[in-house]
Design a protein around this ligand. Structure first.
Ligand code: NAP
Length: 379
């Protein structure tokens, strides 16, 4: 701090940063500029040779390049820091808030229940009344409400209290539904970004590296600042190491019904079996136990939302049902064959062994399973 500046008064430019000199009247005329430079030079001679208090001032000035960088980076992070309002401060909302706050963003929260003490412990501000929250003019309104209650929450938000260019984001596990209600209820001056972090408090508890984050920039105003704000928001997930996947909400729902909904359904079916760990667990069985652990902790509202608000889920449920029935038939068919062999000494000629048919991938209508062989064997 007190080191004496090695900067030499060689030009007026090198003196221009001095806090003392900043107070000098500036003029565009060469004459004045020249006089100012000369004055600077004299002042610096003074600071270097004669006046101890002036030395102090110069010393502060010398520290500026280092200080300048610190301040610059602080100013940069302040300019990219977002004020994010999370609506629905339950399991997932709180999980996201931790990462937002860790990255230096400001988090405001509103929810159906009073989560003020949790919010305080995380460093977020809780607003029981959505009017108060909206009057804080957040940059981003992020909906993290149960899918099945989201429409009523959005309709009840006093959006007239928000800034006109506020960015609306959702993190719902289905995507076409929030996209449609955003477009239906939000005036065109609000930006819309639909997202789905494809992980949760369980699967993301050890970090988000490599975990998938799906997003669709549904409606973003043409101004550079709006684009920058969206990028800034997406960077939160990039910085955490997520695999960023941009795709349409419709595509997401198609893929998610065949993967996420099936995962949750199988997890919930297994949960009903009350599986227990054994002294001889295989790796595969351990994975099943993990699956139950991962899915059963999510609320039924969440699971029900995956079913009700993704038009592809019903088809997947039927496929699962068909696959189970088909597998049973294949097993019983083999059993039937063994019994016939025991009864008649040989397999009847012209009768094939049972074959498990497979459904074509994601067909719109289900063809009846090709059960010819199975049916014959079941006769
Ligand atoms: P959830 O059961 O899907 O949603 C619970 C949240 O919804 C709570 O914040 C709850 O508020 C709020 N809520 C429910 N009914 C409400 C109502 N009538 N009015 C206002 N708020 C209401 O569980 P979640 O795990 O926290 O998920 C939140 C959202 O994130 C869901 O849309 C889910 O699909 C999505 N998501 C979850 C995960 C995950 O792994 N959990 C992952 C990705 C995306 P209160 O707590 O105040 O009652």
């Amino acid at each position: 701090m007190l080191s004496i500046s090695p900067i030499q008064p060689t030009s007026s430019q090198s003196t221009a940063h001095s806090p003392l000199l900043r107070q000098l009247p500036l003029s565009r005329s060469h004459h004045l500029h020249h006089r100012r430079s000369r004055f600077c030079f004299h002042l610096l001679q003074l600071t270097r040779c004669r006046h101890p208090s002036a030395l102090l001032i110069r010393a502060l000035d010398a520290a500026q390049p280092y200080d300048y960088e610190t301040r610059l980076s602080r100013r940069f992070s302040q300019s990219t820091a977002l004020k994010i309002a999370i609506i629905g401060f339950g399991n997932f909302g709180q999980f996201l808030a931790k990462a937002f706050i860790r990255q230096g963003h400001t988090v405001l929260a509103n929810s159906r229940s009073d989560h003020s003490s949790v919010a305080q412990s995380l460093g977020a501000s809780f607003y029981a009344d959505p009017h108060d929250l909206c009057e804080q003019h957040p940059d981003v309104i992020l909906l993290s409400t149960a899918v099945i209650h989201t429409e009523q929450v959005l309709k009840a938000l006093p959006i007239q209290r928000l800034r006109r260019n506020t960015l609306f984001v959702d993190v719902l596990s289905v995507k076409e539904f929030p996209k449609n209600i955003f477009l239906q209820y939000l005036p065109s001056h609000f930006d819309i970004l639909c997202t789905h972090p494809m992980f949760g408090p369980e699967s993301g508890k050890d970090g988000w590296t490599g975990l998938t984050f799906v997003f669709d920039k549904v409606r973003i105003g043409p101004q550079k600042s709006r684009e920058a704000r969206v990028e800034n928001f997406l960077q939160i997930f990039e910085k955490e190491g997520c695999r960023m996947v941009e795709m349409s909400c419709a595509e997401h729902d198609k893929y998610a019904a065949g993967s996420q909904f099936i995962t949750h359904t199988v997890g919930r079916v297994l949960e009903k079996l009350s599986l227990e760990t054994t002294p001889i667990n295989t790796k595969g069985y351990e994975r099943l136990l993990d699956l139950v652990e991962n899915t059963a902790k999510d609320s039924f509202d969440l699971y029900y939302g995956l079913f009700m608000y993704n038009k592809n889920s019903m088809e997947q449920l039927e496929r699962l049902d068909w696959a189970f029935e088909s597998l049973k038939k294949e097993l019983f068919g083999h059993l039937h064959e063994v019994l016939r062999k025991q009864l008649f000494g040989k397999v009847e000629e012209g009768v094939q062994g049972p074959v498990l048919s497979k459904l074509p991938n994601n067909v719109a209508a289900f063809p009846p399973p090709k059960t010819n062989s199975v049916e014959i064997n079941n006769n």
